[in-house]
Design a protein around this ligand. Structure first.
Ligand SMILES: [Zn+2]
Length: 253
């Protein structure tokens, strides 16, 4: 099994790796490459997979990684390849680099959405039922019968207050039995996790929110900047959707 570094270090932009396997792909899918170590996020929990490049150490030849995903437990990199072009070969050394501007925007967006979740749970007791994001914008669905335009304005202000408090964001991995004793985790439906999963990864916005989560996050809420609620809608009597976007451009680093 290749090392999967995105879960432990969200700030890794580039790693040196060895190609472990190459599958030709089928249909419109490009070749599928597995590395012995990677920081690419394979998607999941509403966060889309990373894009980026592989650069061969020997000659600098570069391939575009159009997407990534989990397959058989491994993180697989899907290459975008011109007709007739060759993928890298097994055993070759490459530098894997994520599209950092995009990934960092996704990290900020993901942490913003957890902050939204935390505020809505803490102050209104509403459970989150789902969510999705793209770089810089996202949505969350809640069981939130009494949501209104006025409340949404209030929520936007509260989320921005929490972000400005510069709360640390911590990643932890807990044994299943321990995770199940944390009442806050129940609301993110940790109890729906398959019985085979023995370790549960959690994301804590210290002092605000704790969730079982597989995504990549910024290390402090101050790095998110601010958010704006761009819309809300009813998905039924009880289920409501809130859309947000980040109000500040990504910091150039
Ligand atoms: Zn999440």
């Amino acid at each position: 099994m290749g090392e999967q570094l995105c879960y432990t270090d969200a700030y890794l932009r580039s790693v040196d790796a060895t190609v472990v396997s190459v599958d030709a792909g089928s249909g419109s899918a490009g070749p599928l490459v597995v590395l012995d170590t990677t920081q690419f996020y394979p998607g999941g929990g509403g966060q889309p997979p990373d894009r980026g490049t592989l650069l061969r150490t020997d000659d600098g030849r570069t391939w575009i990684v159009a997407s990534a995903r989990k397959a058989g437990g491994e993180i697989v990199h899907e290459l975008e390849l011109d007709a007739g072009a060759e993928p890298p070969a097994v055993g070759e050394r490459v530098t894997a680099e994520v599209d950092w501007a995009r990934r960092h925007a996704l990290m900020r967006t993901h942490t913003a959405l957890h902050t939204l979740c935390g505020v809505v749970w803490r102050d209104y007791g509403a459970l989150v039922t789902g969510g999705n994001m793209e770089p810089g914008a996202g949505r969350m669905d809640f069981e939130f019968e009494r949501m209104s335009g006025e409340l949404v304005d209030e929520i936007e202000a509260k989320v921005n207050t929490e972000l400005a408090l510069a709360r640390d964001v911590r990643v932890d991995v807990l044994p299943r039995a321990v995770a199940f004793e944390i009442p806050d985790l129940i609301r993110t439906k940790v109890n729906l996790l398959p019985p085979g999963i023995e370790q549960i990864r959690t994301i804590e916005i210290v002092g605000l929110d704790l969730q079982a989560d597989g995504g990549t996050h910024v290390a402090n809420t101050s790095e998110v900047g601010g958010i704006r609620v761009t819309g809300y809608e009813s998905k039924g009597r009880i289920n409501k959707r809130i859309r947000i976007e980040l109000t500040e451009p990504a910091a150039t680093a």
